[in-house]
Design a protein around this ligand. Structure first.
Ligand code: NAD
Length: 368
């Protein structure tokens, strides 16, 4: 079999800092577990704008379409705030998602026991939490037409359109059911079928897909506003949450807070299978480029490292090694080694980005 290919786009701000630690971990898996990747690197976001005048060069886009997976750091920064909308660093990211047709965004919200006290909720509500939000990523309100700011009777009116086809709902529902089968076998689908026609269609199609091909998975439906409330009331009732682009944006941020820190949250965005059976895929931490801590060695590399663990599991079928890496991160936290974002005010000296990487690699060594 060919060596799987991985395109690394470190991006801006702390992106390159956290990605340096991921690259060390990729090297570790090559040396110690014989998991080798054909690794290439390129620019995205502000870094691509500085070099090419665009946030994503066409050649980089073409490369992303060819590789088995893309690993992205973060994009953006104050330096680019005044750029035209079409040139902003985030447009590079959106172009990758759109052109690779990455319609299923997977955001796990897992609360490591050592960090339960960092959650804004009580320890017993979040400790042991392990849920997965599957958010539709390429359609709905953020893409639907008509959109824009128009004039009506001399007054401005802002319009966005919530639009879903049944095929778009069908394919993301299948992703959620497939995932549920590998986890707790439960899917809760969230929409607003009480007030939105797109929500009625969403509920109908999810039910049809379930009845046709996934009747073994437990399916429930919930209005998204109730879902938000239930997420903070009793999040452990959920396994996989399936929802649309707009509600998913909000619900996944809400779930993120349950786990305590932005520096710990990975994500995967998956598309249709390629010829070799692997889904088109991009893996990235949930956090942004954190310009406030850039260049200070303060960034927590865990979210980016855990994103690579997701790549091992979902793109490369190395679930065992993904678990090995996740457990190494968990053990490091349990041992008390923490970056500054995970320290209480009187917690002592925080680990730097590279010291956190050192500690995770030491735990990986110990796992052999
Ligand atoms: P942010 O996620 O960059 O930072 C929010 C806060 O969390 C900051 O205080 C930051 O220091 C902290 N933080 C984030 N990641 C951390 C880590 N790994 N370790 C320790 N602390 C961490 O969000 P923001 O400040 O709203 O945005 C900054 C820039 O990033 C903006 O230009 C924004 O557009 C961009 N952004 C990019 C992405 C992405 O690339 N996917 C996502 C969100 C924001």
């Amino acid at each position: 079999m060919n060596t799987p290919s991985l395109l690394v786009l470190a991006g801006d701000g702390i992106g390159p800092e956290v990605m340096d630690e991921v690259k060390r971990i990729i090297t570790w898996f090559g040396d110690k577990r014989d998991l080798r990747f054909d690794l290439s690197e390129d620019l995205v976001g502000g870094a691509a704008y500085d070099a090419h005048g665009v946030p994503l060069h066409d050649d980089t886009m073409a490369k992303a379409q060819e590789v088995d997976a893309v690993l992205l750091g973060a994009v953006g920064g104050p330096k680019y705030d005044d750029l035209d909308f079409s040139l902003k660093p985030e447009r590079g990211l959106l172009r990758l998602r759109k052109e690779m047709d990455l319609f299923a965004n997977l955001r796990p919200a897992q609360c490591f026991d050592a960090l339960a006290d960092f959650s804004s909720l009580k320890r017993d509500i979040v400790s042991g939490l392990d849920i997965m939000i599957v958010r539709e990523l390429t359609s709905g309100s953020y893409f639907g037409e008509p959109r824009g700011i128009f004039e009506e009777n001399g007054k401005r009116v802002g319009i966005n359109t919530q639009r879903y086809t049944e095929d778009e709902i069908d394919r993301v529902a299948r992703s959620a059911f497939e995932l549920a089968r590998k986890r707790g076998n439960k899917v809760c689908s969230m929409e607003k079928a009480n007030v939105m026609e797109s929500g009625i269609l969403w509920r109908d199609v999810v039910t049809e897909v379930h009845q046709a091909d996934y009747a073994d998975v437990e399916l429930s439906h919930m209005y998204a506003d109730n879902g938000a409330m239930q997420l903070v009331r009793n999040p452990k009732q959920f396994d996989v949450i399936l929802t649309d682009n707009l509600f998913g944006d909000i619900l996944s941020d809400c779930a993120a807070m349950l786990t305590g820190s932005l520096g710990m949250l990975p994500s995967a965005s998956l598309g249709l299978p390629m010829e070799n059976g692997r889904p088109k895929a991009m893996y990235e931490p949930v956090h942004g480029s954190a310009p406030d801590i850039m260049g200070k060695g303060l960034a927590n590399p865990s979210a980016c490292i855990l994103s690579f663990a997701m790549a091992l599991r979902y793109s490369f079928d190395h679930g065992e090694d993904a678990t090995r890496l996740e457990q190494a991160v968990e053990k490091v936290l349990a041992s008390g080694v923490r970056t500054a974002d995970l320290m209480q005010a009187d917690g002592g000296k925080p680990a730097s980005t590279s010291e956190m990487g050192d500690a995770i690699i030491a735990e990986l060594d110990a796992s052999l």
